[in-house]
Design a protein around this ligand. Structure first.
Ligand SMILES: Nc1nc2c(ncn2[C@@H]2O[C@H](COP(=O)(O)OP(=O)(O)OP(=O)(O)O)[C@@H](O)[C@H]2O)c(=O)[nH]1
Length: 529
């Protein structure tokens, strides 16, 4: 049973389907892992990089704006005169705490072309108080590190825009001092410093809408941009190299990963739904397959296996699909086979010329009848009939006419047998045998004479017959009681002997076997040929 199932179409289909399902699931997992998830991550990286670029660009714009303001101040006749010493009230007129706070300056430094300090003004970082000096000493001592860096820049190379790190990180813009029409010669340097402090960060946060922070850390050009993902947060930072130091300012933005996590959730939902839908569809297909194909196929298989007892209670042959077609074809084939079998059976048990049962069937019936008669201790008669001088008939009228004669005689004999309910067969060329269970010898004689009469009644001309001018038959009767052994062959022998005597006694007669008759003399003329 197990082996039959493992070879069945159903098993193979389920096995293949299971395999396909597993491959599909693995493919789905692989696509998710190596295509979808990386694509989602790449999209998130791009979005984060875009935000970082926006923050970086804001800082650079701020720096450019500081440079523009520095140049605006430096290219001005008043400033030119101030550095020449011909405008002593310059600072008093132009500088104030309010101006520094409004413009967001922390330090303005004026230098001669040789780098000597001319004037310093700024907001002291711890107290926020406005101070002016001509040297970075006393209340302006906090400016000293800045002044040193600026002086070393003047001595080497001044960067118009730069990031400085002293007490705190700051944007620095520097410009030559020129006339208002930007004519020279240059008369000194102006440096403006804007601290990147909490207030600046607050303003940038308002401006960009991003959560920003700044840290000072060692500069590593190879990693100037860095993205770090953790949980539902992502941080991205960009390093700005500081002037004259190996340190850098890292501008960092912090973003939540709402979009990415939402995309991820949506994709996972899609994945689960796709897998679920796939299973549902496969389940449905299997259900329909079972109902529409596999079950009818099983019924058809049962039908073909037990075709002999098939009853179409499932209505297979009524179906209008391929199963119905197959069932009808099979049913027709089966009917044809039954017909052929019946024909074969008939051919094997009946004589083709006369259509009477043949010797094979007669022998089967005889054996059964002898057994039954022996068991029931009932009488049983058998007859052997033979057409008289049939050779002469053939010689006179031809073999074909002989066949016709045989058919007419057989039909007449069968007619009598049917009427009296006994069995008759053609057991030889022109020889017939009859089987009469439960018939006594007297009754058998009567029936034998009826057979002789029936043939006489045909009036088939037989001019060459020395017996009669028409076809006649002789009959020998044997009784089971008279046979030496209760065997089919024994009773037939008695009938045969009786027939022999009938022929010997002139033919066209009926002889009932009696043991005493066996020793009777027989005339030469009537000896059977
Ligand atoms: N036409 C035809 N003749 C057959 C058939 N079967 C046997 N015969 C012929 O029947 C004849 C039987 O001849 P015999 O056995 O000599 O017997 P008989 O001529 O009938 O003589 P008795 O039996 O002694 O009266 C033979 O000539 C066979 O050829 C058959 O199917 N058709």
């Amino acid at each position: 049973m197990g082996q039959r199932f493992s070879l069945s179409l159903r098993f193979r289909f389920f096995a293949v389907l299971g395999g396909v399902l597993i491959v599909a699931m693995v493919a789905l997992a692989a696509i998710s892992k190596w295509l979808i998830f990386p694509a989602l991550k790449a999209e998130e990286r791009t979005a984060v990089q875009r935000e970082l670029d926006r923050a970086t660009r804001s800082l650079e714009l701020n720096q450019e704006s500081l440079l523009a303001q520095a140049q605006d101040w430096a290219h001005w006749d008043d400033t030119y005169q101030f550095i020449e010493g011909s405008y002593p009230r310059y600072a008093e007129v132009n500088f104030s705490q309010q101006m520094f706070e409004d413009m967001n300056y922390h330090l303005m430094a004026f230098f001669t072309l040789q780098g000597e300090v001319h004037f310093l003004a700024g907001l002291e970082p711890t107290t926020g108080r406005y101070q002016t000096c001509t040297a970075a000493v006393g209340p302006c001592a906090w400016m000293a590190p800045w002044v040193d860096t600026m002086q070393s820049a003047i001595a080497t190379q001044v960067a118009p825009m730069a990031m400085y790190i002293e007490q705190w990180p700051a944007l620095v813009a520097a410009s030559h001092i020129l006339h208002t029409d930007e004519s020279g010669p240059p008369n000194g340097w102006l440096f403006k410093v804007r601290a990147l402090d909490d207030a600046w960060l607050e303003r940038m946060t308002d401006y960009t809408g991003l959560s920003l922070s700044l840290q000072v850390e060692p500069f590593a050009a190879a990693h100037s941009t860095e993205l770090t993902f953790s949980g539902d947060q992502v941080t991205a930072s960009h390093l700005f190299a500081a002037y004259g130091t190996s340190e850098a300012v890292s501008l960092t933005i912090e973003l939540n990963r709402v979009q990415y996590l939402a995309n991820l959730t949506t994709f996972r939902y899609l994945l689960v739904w796709t897998a679920g839908l796939m299973l549902l569809v496969i389940g449905l297909v299997l259900f329909l397959l079972e109902r529409m194909v596999l079950k009818p196929l099983r019924q058809l298989t049962a039908f073909t296996q037990f075709a002999g007892q098939f009853d179409d209670s499932e209505g297979l042959t009524e179906r209008r699909d391929e199963i119905g077609l197959l069932s009808r074809a099979f049913r027709e084939q089966l009917a044809c086979q039954h017909q052929l079998n019946a024909e074969l059976l008939r051919m094997s048990t009946h004589d083709a010329l006369t259509e009477l049962p043949n010797r094979r069937l007669f022998d089967q019936r005889l054996t059964a009848a002898v057994n039954q008669a022996t068991q029931e201790v009932a009488p049983l008669a058998v007859m052997m009939l033979d057409i008289d001088h049939f050779k002469l008939y053939n010689d006179g009228y031809g073999h074909q006419q002989g066949d016709e004669c045989l058919k007419r005689v057989a039909a007449a004999l069968q007619d009598v047998a049917s009427r009296h309910g006994f069995f008759i067969a053609r057991t030889g060329g022109e020889e017939f045998s009859a089987l009469l269970p439960g018939v006594t010898s007297q009754h058998a004689k009567t029936l034998a004479n009826a057979l002789v009469d029936a043939v006489d009644q045909l009036h088939l001309r037989h001019e060459r017959s020395p017996v009669c001018e028409h076809v006649t038959i002789s009959v020998g009767i044997g009784m089971l009681d008279d046979s030496e052994a209760s065997l089919p062959s024994a009773i037939m022998t008695t009938a045969d002997q009786a027939l022999y005597l009938a022929k010997a006694q002139g033919r066209h007669c009926v002889i009932l076997f009696e043991p005493s008759l066996v020793s009777c003399p027989i005339s030469k003329q009537n000896t059977p040929s």
